[in-house]
Design a protein around this ligand. Structure first.
Ligand code: 2BA
Length: 114
């Protein structure tokens, strides 16, 4: 069994939830925050039999398709002054490219429901 941890952009969360449940895959959705932009994103925990890993990866790829460039004063734009306050001399980026999904695949030793 595998555990897929997928950090995705919020705008793709509903589509991904629908596609996963439509195909019968269980998932847990967590509200999360990116460490760099300090903006909200969504993290999915998806436990799957190893044989179905690629099927779920294909669903993630089609549900979270694109990269998106975000321009401007990113730290300030996302409503947090923490980064700027912590490193006032560090120049803030003017643009970053955020992926559709950042995915980690972990081996699961056991899955138990009690
Ligand atoms: P954030 O940490 O808010 O990062 C948003 C985007 O900012 C990243 O997009 C990347 O393009 C850029 N970025 C991140 N750190 C940077 C840095 N030190 N210098 C310059 N640019 C930087 P993605 O790579 O597509 O990541 C999207 C989100 O996925 C991240 O949001 C974070 O929540 C998660 N993520 C990415 N890599 C991760 C990792 N190694 N471990 C855990 N979560 C990760």
């Amino acid at each position: 069994m595998k555990m897929i941890v997928a950090v995705i952009r919020d705008e793709y969360a509903q589509t991904l939830t629908e596609q996963l449940t439509h195909k019968g895959f269980g998932a847990t959705k967590l509200a999360s925050t990116g460490g760099f932009l300090r903006a909200g994103n969504t993290t999915f925990l998806i436990g799957v039999p190893a044989a179905q890993l690629e099927e779920v990866m294909a669903i993630i790829r089609t549900s979270c398709p694109s990269k998106k460039s975000i321009k401007g004063d990113l730290t300030l734009k996302e409503g947090s002054l923490k980064g700027a306050a912590a490193n006032p001399s560090q120049p803030l980026p003017s643009e970053v490219e955020v992926g559709g999904a950042t995915v980690f695949v972990l081996d699961v030793e056991r899955m138990i429901k009690v």
